[in-house]
Write a protein that binds this ligand. Structure first.
Ligand SMILES: Cc1cc2nc3c(=O)[nH]c(=O)nc-3n(C[C@H](O)[C@H](O)[C@H](O)COP(=O)(O)O)c2cc1C
Length: 145
């Protein structure tokens, strides 16, 4: 099986509510494990940025559904590449509300005060998502080694 990693960003339709985020995360928790998909979703009230990892067909299939989802628009592919091993194996779909994150952890990757994920290079987008995921794991398991 060809393992791939896909990163995209998009704009929220209207203003994002926590109910919408919860509905998306519930769907991901239900669907992703049986499809061998893992990843991470970061959001603020206007934007999503998500990384999906798994088999080539499953990632493409889900990305097709995500592109048609009316809860967001302007889906912008940042990176699609084959990987040897997962960089986001820990969550069916981890999540992070960027509004709750210390802005210094975002500023390293974003060169403007307004978060505009379409301007991120593939490298910065990956770095940002990895940093947020690591932070999330530390919160989820504060005593983990
Ligand atoms: C930003 C965003 C991220 C999403 N991420 C996932 C995901 O990781 N897994 C998933 O199954 N659906 C995800 N969805 C929902 C899909 O677009 C689609 O509604 C869902 O996969 C349909 O699943 P169903 O056929 O079981 O109803 C996401 C939607 C949005 C807007």
């Amino acid at each position: 099986m060809k393992l791939v990693q896909l990163i995209y960003c998009s704009q929220v339709t209207g203003r994002l509510t926590l109910d919408t985020v919860q509905a998306i995360l519930n769907k991901a928790a239900k669907n992703n494990p049986s499809r061998g998909l893992t990843g991470f979703l970061a959001f603020d009230e206007n934007n999503f940025i998500q990384v999906l990892e798994g088999g080539d067909s499953m990632v493409n299939l889900l990305f097709g559904s995500i592109c048609r989802d009316t809860r967001h628009h302007g889906v912008h592919l940042i990176s699609f590449r084959e990987i040897e091993e997962r960089q986001f194996p820990h969550f069916a779909m981890g999540d992070c509300n960027l509004a709750a994150v210390d802005s210094s952890s975002i500023e390293r990757y974003v060169d403007s005060t307004v978060f505009e994920p379409t301007r991120l290079s593939a490298e910065s987008a990956l770095g940002l998502l990895q940093a947020l995921e690591a932070q999330r794991r530390a919160e989820a398991a504060p005593n983990a080694l």
